[in-house]
Design a protein around this ligand. Structure first.
Ligand code: KDG
Length: 314
């Protein structure tokens, strides 16, 4: 297994028209969840991925599992919870403004994940464990579940990739900083956005914040800089990697997860860090061009055309 990840996925309703949500009458249904976004993007790039979660034993739970499984992600570790529902969230599409999201996830099935939901063999065979800062914000048992996954990864020498994904609708900056700095200190690769890095470390520059994470034990830090690309640092090297110009951004949600998938894909292919970060920028840029969290992620055939591949996906 190339990557194992865990976290909550919700059914996502996106209005067909742009307007304040209260006036939206028609919606498209899809799914969104940072960790399953990464899993789907990686599967499209040809990697083996396992996604672990709890879903409600309900229609939306089945829809979500089937969607993710249909993308080729191993969902055998998903638990269907008889007592708590699958969460939903809504996007509000406005012209000239970033979309807003409204969560209906309190008390959801995924927020009832417990350490017992994760078995050692589900982590031990992976090349990477991917976790985000959303899961520990969902509940105490979710935070314990993430800690348990980290402990299993460490026991089995599985490197841990951590995207802070700070969601201030779920907790305060102070709570996020305290919990996520503790998690970051146990992780090998950290992928903060520049603003997240500042919330967590108090440092404003990519150089300074990455130095703090490396000082805590990280081996690689990649700071996302939006349109400007990314900056990375290891013990040995550091560099800025320019972004890819996207003339018309349709929907930024899901781009950071595409970036994480691209970086992981590059590392799994042993391409070297600079190339891995370039691939991260590229997959993130694809995500910006399509409404929806996962719909924009490319298939490997789209980004590496080969003469023996059908060109149906290009
Ligand atoms: O990164 C995109 C996610 O924010 C979105 O899919 C929803 O997982 C989600 C969350 O918790 O915000």
């Amino acid at each position: 297994m190339d990557v194992v990840t865990l976290g909550e996925t919700m059914v996502l309703f996106t209005p067909v028209t742009t307007s304040p949500l209260r006036f939206s009458a028609q919606f498209e249904k899809s799914i969104g969840g940072a960790e399953s976004n990464v899993a789907i993007a990686l599967a499209r790039l040809g990697h083996s991925v396992r996604w672990i979660s709890r879903l409600g034993a309900d229609e939306f739970g089945l829809y979500t599992r089937n969607y993710i499984r249909g993308e080729g992600v191993d969902t055998s570790g998903v638990i269907f919870d008889e007592e708590h529902p699958t969460a939903v969230f809504f996007k509000e599409r406005r012209t000239m403004q970033e979309p807003k999201v409204y969560y209906y996830r309190k008390g959801s099935a995924a927020s009832h994940m417990t350490p017992d939901d994760i078995r050692e063999d589900q982590i031990a065979d992976a090349s990477y464990l991917h976790i985000t800062g959303i899961t520990p914000a969902l509940s105490n048992t979710c935070r314990e579940t993430v800690e348990h996954a980290i402990a299993l990864a460490k026991k089995n020498s599985v490197p841990i990739v951590f995207d802070p994904n700070i969601r201030l609708k779920l907790w305060s900056k102070e709570e996020a900083r305290e919990t996520l700095m503790g998690i970051a200190a146990q992780c090998d690769i950290i992928l903060p956005g520049i603003e997240e890095g500042e919330i967590l470390t108090g440092a404003a520059s990519p150089e300074e914040m990455s130095r703090i994470f490396i000082g805590q034990g990280a081996r690689l830090v990649v700071v996302k800089l939006g349109a400007k690309g990314a900056y990375y640092r290891t013990e040995e090297e550091e560099a800025y990697v320019p972004g890819i110009e996207v003339p018309h951004i349709v929907d930024p949600i899901g781009a950071g997860d595409g970036f994480a998938a691209g970086v992981l894909s590059g590392l799994l292919q042993k391409r070297g860090i600079r190339e891995a970060v370039m691939l991260g920028n590229r997959i993130g840029a694809y995500a910006l061009t399509v409404a929806g969290d996962v719909e924009g992620y490319p298939y490997r055939e789209q980004i590496e055309p080969r003469s023996d591949h059908t060109d149906i996906l290009r």
